[in-house]
Design a protein around this ligand. Structure first.
Ligand SMILES: Nc1ncnc2c1ncn2[C@@H]1O[C@H](COP(=O)(O)OP(=O)(O)OP(=O)(O)O)[C@@H](O)[C@H]1O
Ligand SMILES: [Mg+2]
Length: 342
């Protein structure tokens, strides 16, 4: 449904030295640097998938979405959405996609929300039954009625985002591109948005491509992950594969206070479980991190039970935050791709 084939977008940024003299020199020399915002990126997203496009600030996520939605033209390479070229066949693609840029409004700033919907209905030639079904859904899930008569410029951020998300889904698009769709939303509203996206995906098979710095959005919506680092895709596969790409796991435990000092506990673990590390966290808690190729959770827990007087044991899920921290902090040339990176 979405194809990026050796897609690149390079920007020239003129180097500018500070001060007047610097500005003059910039004008004269036109000295520039090349920014590889998207650098030879290839991937395919099948119809109906919910893929997270994950990466640190400046990794090239928004630029990729602009290439895929036809807002920008690639420097080299090819984009395809629902079989069409988003840049040269922009109108055809526009009818099949919905886009939300959390950072920027897509609505008519001076018009009341409901008028925006009426315009979109005509622009996209939304059949009456689809229009009414979706408006009922948005009323129910996003409390859209409360916003209807207010001009977009007077809406709060959360109110505007509700309107943006509804607007992007109004014409039953085959693909939605959501670039930070829950930015600035409160907890309840974030959940309502996640539920709505999952609902349209389940009901209509809508393909979802999402970027977010909120891990809850990623784990609450997506089943596939593409991780981009400085313009390059470094991981591609299912969310599960991404989570399991870490080769260490953790067990956290508490023990009866006073039965051993923290230093003793750490020493005994590191002697009894070679290659594991033990770190005291908050009061009376120890975090044991072990390599999965050497130890199983069961072995680690039996060792702890045999060695200490435990009062509590916790096995945290392989957490996305740890995985992402490692990926963001790594050199892209060293990072091994997961799954089917092409
Ligand atoms: N129009 C532009 N002109 C010049 N450079 C640009 C332009 N748009 C983006 N860039 C640069 O391209 C790189 C990627 O930017 P992009 O907005 O795609 O990142 P992002 O992954 O969306 O980051 P964030 O998480 O902060 O939204 C950055 O270094 C940015 O400064
Ligand atoms: Mg961005």
């Amino acid at each position: 449904m979405i194809v990026a084939d050796h897609l690149s977008k390079h920007f020239k940024r003129f180097r500018r030295d500070p001060g007047l003299r610097g500005s003059l020199r910039t004008l004269l020399t036109r000295d520039h640097e090349l920014i590889r915002a998207v650098d030879d990126v290839s991937f395919e997203v099948p119809a109906g998938a919910k893929v997270a496009y994950i990466g640190a600030n400046g990794a090239g996520k928004s630029t990729t979405i602009k290439l895929l939605t036809g807002i920008m033209r690639p420097t080299t390479g090819l984009a395809r959405v629902a079989g069409f070229d988003p840049h040269t066949q922009r109108t055809t693609v526009a009818r099949r996609i919905g886009v939300v840029f959390g950072q920027r409004s897509q609505l008519w700033w001076d018009l009341p929300v409901l008028d925006s919907f009426r315009i979109l209905r005509h622009l996209y030639e939304v059949p009456p039954e689809v229009y009414h079904r979706n408006m009922a859904l948005f009323r129910d899930r996003l409390d859209l009625d409360a916003l209807g008569a207010t001009p977009v410029r007077q809406l709060s951020l959360g109110q505007r985002m509700r309107a943006e998300i509804a607007a992007c889904l109004l014409h039953d698009p085959a693909v939605v591109f959501l670039d930070e769709p829950t930015i600035g939303l409160d907890l309840m509203l974030k959940q309502a948005v996640r539920d709505l996206i999952n609902h349209v995906n389940a009901e209509l098979g809508t393909t979802v491509m999402l970027t977010s710095h909120d891990i809850g959005d990623i784990t609450g919506i997506c089943d596939q992950a593409l991780v981009v680092d400085r313009g390059i895709v470094v991981h591609q596969g299912t969310m599960r594969e991404l989570l399991h790409s870490v080769d260490t796991r953790a067990v956290i435990f508490e023990y009866v206070p006073g039965t051993a000092s923290e230093a003793e506990v750490v020493g005994r673990i590191e002697a009894g479980l070679p290659e594991a590390t033990a770190t005291p966290t908050e009061a009376g808690r120890i975090r044991v991190v072990y390599p999965v190729r050497r130890w199983s959770a069961r072995q680690v827990i039996s060792f702890l039970l045999d060695t200490f007087e435990l009062t509590d044991v916790l096995i945290p899920d392989a957490d996305l935050e740890t995985v992402l921290r490692r990926i963001y902090g790594s050199d892209p040339a060293q990072a091994a791709p997961v799954g089917g990176a092409r």
